[in-house]
Structure formats: structure tokens, C-alpha cells
Design a binder for this molecule. Sequence first.
Ligand SMILES: Nc1ncnc2c1ncn2[C@@H]1O[C@H](COP(=O)(O)OP(=O)(O)OP(=O)(O)O)[C@@H](O)[C@H]1O
Ligand SMILES: O=C(O)[C@H](O)CO
Length: 524
Amino acid sequence: MAHILSVFRPQPFLALLGRRNPTFHKMFMDSRAREIFRAAVEAVQPDRVVRQSLERKNDSVIIDGCTFTLRHNLHLVGFGKAVLGMAAEVERILGDHLINGVISVPHGIQQTLQQHGKSHLLLKKDSRIKVMEGAKHNLPDEDSQKAAEEIKQLTSELSEKDLLLVLISGGGSALLPAPIPPISLHEKLDVTRRFAAAGATIQELNKVRRALSLLKGGGLAHHAHPAQVVSLILSDVIGDPLDLIASGPTVTCEVWPEEVLSILDRYKLLNSMPASVMKVLARQGPRWKDIKEDSGSTGEALNVVIGSNTIALTCAGRRAQELGFRSVVLSPGVCGDVRLVSRLYGLLARFACSREEPSPEIAAEVLRLGPEVGVESWDLCRTMQVLGEGRNEGWGATCLLAGGEPTVELTGKGRGGRNQELALRVGVELRGLELPPQGPVFLSGGTDGQDGPTEAAGAVTDGGLYDEAQAQGLDINSVLIDNDSYTFFSRLSAAQRLLVPGLTCTNVMDVHVLLIPAIPIEIS
Ligand SMILES: Nc1ncnc2c1ncn2[C@@H]1O[C@H](COP(=O)(O)OP(=O)(O)OP(=O)(O)O)[C@@H](O)[C@H]1O
Ligand SMILES: O=C(O)[C@H](O)CO
């Protein structure tokens, strides 16, 4: 007679208990998924990433293997949503050599940090760093323009004896607006808004931004010449492209007007651009001619990525292992439509959970779909191999991790975000996999703690979602049509499935966690 045996490798005792009771199992897996997400966010806290990247040795500091001498010659500028906490840590480590600094941070952030008991991310009372708040709703405004002017002023006064530390994180573009005259701030804001509304990617938007800005695309580094410039970067763009994160203010890059014009054309914005924008794009000659005529500078800076989605996933994987899961990182570059992304996770879950050999059609569809959502075939094969081993050899529960930034095509007027909508769609894809022994659990969360214009970061779902919603009179299909995932999760089961970590003070895009329970193996 064939016996069914579940093999758990280092699974804790509680997991065994959970297998006897579906409700307990659900709560157990749900709490595990949340804990793994927490570990991802923890790994990229602004103070932590700065601490790990700066090694202080008497009167010098080592960054990315390069030694810089400190002689009361340190200056600091920064812009981005996570920069306040980064600056606070720099102040703690190098404050005795710091002369001055200016940082441009989101409106209201100091008060919010105080209210959330995160005073370790705030500067000292007598700090030499000036904090300037601006860019309401993540859009350039007069306040952030003033901050950009002060940052420009500070950097322009530096000499070859000085060391400039530049702190950069997501949201930096809107916090450092310096439109090239005659473009006005209002025109720049208008261009940014229209681009976002037209569905342009952040890569496209930032290629346009750096062509229209005095400080982006390497402009800041040129202003700082001849000082030594080191940038510490918390990346919120897929692939960590230095020239595009916050529009690359310390990465010298050639601007090709033709490329910018073709992007404008792609979104049918070319004919409606203000005359000032067209005038700037039509200008010939080297980019920084007017700024440093006599410097002969290349404007080279040391640019170091100190926090990223990859780092968050690696630490999340480590935590998953501590919790008894076998972990596999699919990719930190998941993008594209949430519908396709949810389909991919649904297929991978089916692949992992089938008792028999999964049909070759599943693997073929995974390989077809992956590249459409930014996942390489190699990564899909590697991941399916791990999932296959888990199924065939009874390796115990598995944690599949991925990250990136999928997109939602908005068709309705509801409240939601891409993480909540993805979690909802994956829950639907997992339908049928909730049957005994117990099914997979999926979490999608924005590492900044905020998913779209909602107070949640994401949600946790499983194959029981559909029936649970029906039993409570909630119609998933109309929720999806109306992009109303936040309202849905707020109403469902007393909002238990929502992920609400509050302000996280960091941002390395989104993290996806798919927990696959141990598959019982048959022993004859
Ligand atoms: N009702 C909704 N349902 C689903 N997605 C939505 C909804 N409303 C907005 N979104 C999506 O939320 C995204 C904006 O969310 P968010 O504010 O978290 O932006 P972000 O790109 O992550 O910004 P940042 O990089 O600054 O954190 C957009 O991709 C938008 O399509
Ligand atoms: O500020 C920006 O440009 C975006 O957050 C990408 O880095």
C-alpha cells in the first residue's frame, strides 16, 4: 500500500502542527510571509546601508575599496525619500569632519518620523546639515527648486581639497529640479505630469528629465569639480542603472536630443512641448560648456549602490532559510503588466505543487511568459529546477522570492495599488491549490510601505481568496475592473489580508514572496 509522507527538513515544530489544521496553516504561512517581507525591508534601512558602506579609520574613510582622507573637508548633499536617515548615519560616523550640508527630502518627513518613533533617522539638533522639505506628491515644486539651488550653490563653492558626499535615493528627481533656462519650473512640472499620465516608464521619463536639467545627467558632479565626489545610492530602478536612478546627477552622460525627441514622439507629446523645451533640445555643443569652461573636468565621481532590491531579496532569502524554508530568488527585475505577472506566479505555483510530474505545457508557458515580465529564461529554468527538486525529493517548504515593479493599466476609479492588485490576481490564480494538504501563500509589498495612494503596502493571499470573497458578498471581478483592490482588502475578513507596515523610510521597489508548502511524497 502506498503511504503519503510529508518530509519537512528543518521545519519548526509549529509547521508540523499547522499541517493538521488548515486555519492554523493559513495563519502560520501568512505570518511567515510577513516576516520574510520585514527582513527584506530591514536589510535596506537607510542607516544600516550607510553603516555597511562606510569604514571609518582614524582620519580617513574607506568607501567601496577607495580611501579618502578626512581633514575637516567633508561636505554633504542629498535628495530622495530615504536620504534623511542616510544623512543621520553619515553624521554619526563622519560628523567630526563635516563642514556643511543640504538635503532635499519629502514634505512632512521630519514630523512623520518623529511621530513614528524613528528619531534615530533624524539629524542632531545642532546639525550642520540643512534639511529642506518639498516635492509634495512626488512632483517638483518651488520648495524643492529652492533646495536644488542651495545644493548647486554649495557644490559650486568647493575646491580640490574638499570631499563631497552625495546621498541619493528614489524620489530624488522631483527633489532636485533645476530646469535649464529658459524652461520654467511650471513647464518642467507639466512635462513630468504628462509623461507619467501617458504611461511612460521611469527609464524614459528620466532620460527626458536629464536632458532638461542643469543638475541631472552628471550636472551635479560637474558643479562640484574639482572636489572629490562620492555618491551613495539606494536604488529604486530595475537593474540599478546609475545614470537613471534619480536621473543620474553624478553620472556624466551624453544627451542625445534625437533619443529624447523619439521618446516624446512615442507618447504623442512632441507637438505639444513648450517652445523652451524644444529650444533646449535643439542646442548644439558639449553639455557642460557654459558651466565649467576652464575646468577641463570629466566630472567623474565614485558612484556606489549601497542598497537595492537584490540586497533586500538576498536578506529575505536568508530569513526564509532560518524559518525552515528552502529559498530561491527568481529575479529582482519583474516588470510588465500585473495580469501577466500574476499568471506567471500561478503557473510556477502549479508547477511546484503538482503531485505528478508537471505537464511540459506548464514549463513551456512559464518560459514563454517570463521574458514578457522581465524574467530571463535562465532564471526561470534555475527556479523550476529548484521547485522540481522540492517536489520530487520532498525537500520541504519552499520560499520563492522576486522583486521589481510591475505596472497596472488603470481602467477604473477605485483605490488600490500595484501590489494589492497583484496579490489579488495571484489569489485568483491559486484557486484550487488550497485543497489538502495546504496550498501556497503569496505576498506582494512595496518596500516603501505605501502602495499607490493607499496606506497599505500590499496584501497576502492564497487559493482560498475567491471563495472567502464570495462568502462575504464581494465580487472580485468587478473589483478588478474598477482597480479597487484597497477597498476590497479593507472589507474582506476585517482587513486581515492587508499588509500595513507603516512608514518604512526606504524604497527598493516591490518584493514578492511565494511560499509553497511541502508536497507529500509517496512511499511504496
Ligand atoms: N487604484 C489603483 N489600483 C492599482 N494600481 C494603482 C491604483 N492607483 C494607482 N496605482 C498604481 O500605483 C503606482 C503608483 O504608486 P506609488 O505611489 O507607490 O508609486 P511608485 O512608482 O512606487 O513611486 P515611488 O517610486 O516614488 O515609490 C502606479 O504604478 C499606478 O498605476
Ligand atoms: O527619483 C527618481 O527619478 C525615481 O525615483 C527613480 O530613481
